[in-house]
Ligand binder design. Structure first.
Ligand code: ADP
Ligand code: MG
Length: 738
C-alpha cells in the first residue's frame, strides 16, 4: 500500500490539481439539450411498460397475480419473459441476473447470458419463463443466522413483479437486473426484501380493516411510503488509498482534529464545488435513467459532506432505489477520482451521516385523499388522522426497543447520541400545534382558536408577500419526528439498508393499528356514534403514549434522566439494542401478526450480531496494524532524528531545543506501545468467548475502550509529529483538499 510520506505529498498535489470531469453528454442527435423527462426511466421496465406490451387479457391476468395472489400461468410467464428479453436485448443487455438483498446491507447478483440455442444449435438470445421467475443461488454462502448450514445450500430467488426491472451499465457492459426475494429451501426468508414486503402486506390488512370500520369501504389496500434522504462524504481518492482504516473499515480509526471543522457553518447549503457538481450530475443522470427519482442535492453540515434526497415512493421500490443510489454513487465516484463514504461516522469531531427515512401510509382507492397522516385543515375533527397518528405513537412507544434494534450497527453506535445525531432513546416529536390538539383532546377542553394550518407570517418588507409556515417546526434532535404529514425516522444510519428498519417500523405500527381497532370495536359495541367512539379511543391513547412524546432537546443530559423516569429504554450499544429483537414483546408481535416466524426473527438477531462482531474485529485488527506498521515506526524515526540532533548539538556544546519535544514524543510512544498491548490482549480475550453475545459484549466494552484510548494517544502523537514524518493523510487534507 502506498503510504510513505513522499506519497502523501504527492497526493496533496494530485488531489488539489484535478479538474472537474466533463459531464455526460446530455444532448440529442441535433445537439439540443435533453430534458430529464426525455431519459427518465429509459433503463427501467416496470408494470406500466409491461402493460403497454401485453394484450388486455394478459394484463388482467397479471393484475390478478399481483393484487390477489393468483398463480402466474406458465404461458403468461413465457410471454412476459419474451417481452422483457426483447426490451433488454434491444437496449444492448447481454446478460441477466436476479438482483436481491441478502442480509449484508448490500445487493447480490450472478449473471447469466441470454445466449441459448434453438433445435438446430443456432445461437439465439432467450430468457425462459423459469429463469425470469426463479433462480437458485447458493444459500449457504450468505448470512442466514443459522437457518442454513454449510451443507444445506438450497435457496431460491423469486422475481417480484412489483419492483421495476432495470438495466445496469458497467463500462461497456449492460445487464438486466430482475428484483427478487431470496428464500430458503423451507420457505424461510434469507433477505431484507421478503420481510419488508410481508410487513407492508400486514400493515395493509390491518389498516384497511380500520378504515372499513370508519366507513371507508372503498379502500382496497394501504401502502407505506418512503423517501430516504441519503447523506454521504465525498473525498479525493488519493486520500482514501493512503488510509488503511478507510479502505478496511470505511471510517478513520485515528486522526487529530484540524483547527477548522464545521464550526463556521460555511459548508451547509454552500455552493457546490464544480468538481463535485460534475460528479453529482453524472450520478443523477445514471439514476434518472434507472427511474430513480432523485430530486434534491446539497452540501451537508460537515466539510466534504453532501446529501441526495428522492421523491418518495412505495416502501419496497424506494428501498431498492436507495440501494441503487448507494451503488451508483460509489461507481460514478471512481470515474471522478472521488471515494464515497457512507459510514455513519467517518471522522470524529464532525457530523456523521444518517439516512432520514421519511415514512407514511397511504390508502388506495380512498376518496378522502391518500395520505393517512395528513392532518388537513382541522386535525382536531379529523378522526382518521387522529386514529392513525395514535396507532403510530402506540407502536413506537410499545416497540421503542425494537425500533432501536433496527438502527443498531457498529457504525451507528458512533453516531447515535453523539452531538449531531438523534439520541439512542427512541421518542417522537409532534410539534407545538399538534401537541396542543392532543392536549386539548386529553383534557376534554374546547378547541382553542389557534389555527393549525396554514399559518401566515408577515415578513414586514413591502414587496415581499406574507408566507405560510409549516404546522411543525423542525426538531433535529428527535429520532422520530412528525414533519407535517409524515414521520421522519432520523436515526437510521447512512450505510444501512432501509428495508430492515422500515420493516420493523411497519410491524410496530401495524401492532398499534390492531390495538386501535380492538378498542374502537369495543367502543362501537356500546354506541352508534362513530365520532364519539373514535374520540374516546384517541383520548385514552393520548394518555397512554404521553411518555414517548418529547418536544425538547434530545441531545441534552436532562433528557437522559427524564427518559429514564418515563421508562423509555436507552440502549447505547449495538449488542444490548439487538437483544430487543428477540425480546418476548417482539417475538409475540411478529408471530401474532404473522410477519416472521420465531426462527426467522432469531436468525435476524444472529445475522446482525455476527455482522457487528466481524466489523469490530476488522476495526481492532486494522488499528493494531496501523499502530505497528505506521504510527510507531514513523514516531521512532522522528524521535531518532530529534535525538540525533540533540546529540550533535551537545557535541558542539550548544543547547538542544529539540529536547522538550523529543521527551514528549518519547513518552507518548511508550504509552502507545502499552496501549497496543492492552488492545491486543482485550481482543484476544474477547475472541476467546464461546458465545456470540459475549463476544459482542466484549467488543462493545473492553475492545472499544482500548481502541478509544489508543486513538487518543495516536492523535496526540500526530499533533506533535512533523508533517514530513507523519505517514497518514491528516483530516485537514482529506476534508479540505479536493
Ligand atoms: P421536509 O422539508 O420536511 O424534509 P420534503 O418535502 O423536503 O420535507 O421531503 C423530504 C423527503 O420526504 C423527500 O424525500 C420526500 O419525497 C419525502 N416525503 C414527502 N412526503 C412523504 C410521504 N407522504 N411519505 C414518505 N415520504 C415523503
Ligand atoms: Mg438532511
Amino acid at each position: 500500500m502506498p503510504t510513505s510520506p513522499t506519497n502523501r505529498a504527492a497526493a496533496v498535489k494530485e488531489a488539489s490539481s484535478r479538474a472537474p470531469r466533463a459531464s455526460k453528454a446530455t444532448v440529442n442527435a441535433n445537439g439540443q439539450p435533453l430534458k430529464v423527462s426525455d431519459y427518465f426511466g429509459e433503463h427501467a421496465f416496470g408494470l406500466r411498460e409491461l402493460r403497454a406490451k401485453l394484450n388486455a387479457d394478459d394484463w388482467r391476468m397479471l393484475e390478478n397475480v399481483i393484487e390477489h395472489g393468483e398463480p402466474l400461468s406458465p404461458s403468461l410467464a413465457t410471454r412476459i419473459a419474451g417481452v422483457v428479453k426483447d426490451w433488454a436485448v434491444g437496449r444492448g443487455a447481454t446478460h441477466f441476473t436476479h438482483w436481491f438483498q441478502p442480509q449484508t446491507e448490500w445487493t447480490a447478483e450472478k449473471h447469466d447470458s441470454f445466449l441459448s440455442f434453438d433445435d438446430n444449435r443456432k445461437p439465439i438470445d432467450a430468457l425462459s419463463a423459469s429463469f425470469l421467475m426463479q433462480s437458485e443461488p447458493d444459500a449457504s454462502s450468505f448470512p442466514s443466522g443459522g437457518l442454513r448450514a454449510t451443507h444445506e445450500a438450497r435457496g431460491y430467488t423469486i422475481w417480484d413483479p412489483t419492483s421495476p426491472l432495470f438495466i445496469m451499465e458497467s463500462g461497456a457492459t449492460k445487464y438486466l437486473c430482475i428484483p427478487s426475494v431470496f428464500i430458503g429451501y423451507n420457505g424461510e426468508f434469507l433477505d431484507e426484501r421478503g420481510p419488508l414486503l410481508k410487513s407492508v402486506q400486514t400493515l395493509s390488512e390491518k389498516a384497511t380493516k380500520l378504515l372499513h370500520l370508519l366507513g371507508e369501504t372503498g379502500v382496497s389496500k394501504v401502502v407505506t411510503t418512503l423517501g430516504p434522504e441519503q447523506e454521504y462524504f465525498a473525498i479525493d481518492r488519493a486520500w482514501y488509498l493512503q488510509r488503511p482504516d478507510l479502505m478496511m473499515t470505511g471510517r478513520t480509526l485515528m486522526g487529530a482534529r484540524p483547527p477548522k471543522g464545521q464550526q463556521l457553518e460555511d459548508h451547509y447549503f454552500g455552493s457546490i464545488p464544480e468538481r463535485m457538481q460534475a460528479f453529482m450530475s453524472e450520478v443523477e443522470y445514471e439514476l434518472y435513467r434507472l427511474g430513480v427519482p432523485v430530486k434534491t442535492r446539497h452540501n451537508e453540515v460537515a466539510p466534504a459532506q453532501y446529501e441526495a434526497a428522492p421523491v418518495f415512493e412505495e416502501a419496497d421500490v424506494a428501498s431498492d432505489h436507495n440501494q441503487l443510489t448507494m451503488s451508483i454513487l460509489r461507481r460514478v465516484a471512481k470515474k471522478h477520482d472521488f471515494e464515497i463514504l457512507l459510514h455513519e461516522k467517518p471522522f470524529a469531531g464532525i457530523n456523521g451521516s444518517g439516512k432520514h427515512c421519511n415514512w407514511s401510509m397511504a390508502a388506495k382507492g380512498s376518496k378522502q385523499g391518500a395520505n393517512l397522516l395528513e392532518p388537513g385543515e382541522n386535525p382536531r375533527e379529523n378522526v382518521r388522522f387522529l386514529l392513525f397518528l395514535m396507532a403510530t405513537l402506540k407502536g413506537v412507544h410499545k416497540h421503542a426497543g425494537l425500533l432501536r434494534a433496527g438502527i443498531a450497527s457498529a457504525g451507528n453506535d458512533h453516531r447515535l447520541g453523539a452531538n449531531e445525531a438523534p439520541p439512542a432513546i427512541i421518542s417522537a416529536f409532534l410539534g407545538q400545534a399538534l401537541s396542543r390538539v392532543l392536549d386539548e383532546i386529553e383534557s376534554g377542553g374546547p378547541a382553542s382558536n389557534h389555527p393549525v394550518a396554514p399559518y401566515m407570517v408577515k415578513v414586514g418588507i413591502l414587496h415581499l408577500p406574507d408566507f405560510t409556515k409549516d404546522t411543525t417546526d423542525r426538531n433535529r434532535t428527535s429520532p422520530f419526528a412528525f414533519t407535517g404529514n409524515k414521520f421522519e425516522f432520523r436515526a437510521v444510519g447512512g450505510s444501512a439498508s432501509t428495508a430492515f428498519p422500515v420493516m420493523l417500523l411497519n410491524v410496530a405500527v401495524a401492532d398499534g393499528i390492531v390495538d386501535v381497532t380492538r378498542r374502537l370495536e369495543a367502543e362501537l359495541a356500546a354506541t352508534n356514534d362513530v365520532k364519539a367512539a373514535c374520540m374516546n379511543v384517541v383520548r385514552a391513547l393520548v394518555k397512554e403514549t404521553r411518555a414517548v412524546r418529547f418536544e425538547g432537546n434530545g441531545y441534552s443530559e436532562e433528557w437522559v434522566y427524564e427518559a429514564e423516569k418515563r421508562g423509555l429504554p436507552n440502549l447505547r450499544r449495538t449488542p444490548e439494542a439487538l437483544a430487543q429483537l428477540v425480546s418476548e414483546t417482539t417475538i409475540e408481535a411478529f408471530t401474532r401478526l404473522g410477519v416472521l416466524s420465531e426462527s426467522d426473527v432469531n436468525a435476524r438477531y444472529h445475522v446482525r450480531l455476527e455482522a457487528y462482531i466481524k466489523r469490530m474485529n476488522i476495526e481492532a485488527r486494522t488499528m493494531l496494524q496501523m499502530v505497528e506498521t505506521m504510527v510507531l515506526p514513523s514516531g521512532f524515526a522522528y524521535l531518532k532524528e530529534l535525538t540525533d540532533g540533540i546529540a550533535s548539538a551537545k557535541a558542539a556544546g550548544m543547547v538542544a531545543p529539540q529536547a522538550e519535544i523529543a521527551s514528549k514524543i518519547g513518552a507518548i510512544l511508550m504509552d502507545i506501545q502499552a496501549k497496543r498491548t492492552a488492545l491486543a490482549t482485550a481482543l484476544a480475550k474477547t475472541e476467546a468467548h464461546a458465545e456470540a453475545a459475549e463476544q459482542a459484549n466484549g467488543f462493545a466494552t473492553v475492545v472499544s475502550t482500548a481502541m478509544d484510548e489508543t486513538r487518543s494517544l495516536c492523535d496526540a502523537l500526530e499533533n506533535e509529529m512533523s508533517d514530513s514524518h507523519w505517514p497518514l493523510p491528516r483530516y485537514r487534507e482529506i476534508l479540505f483538499i479536493s
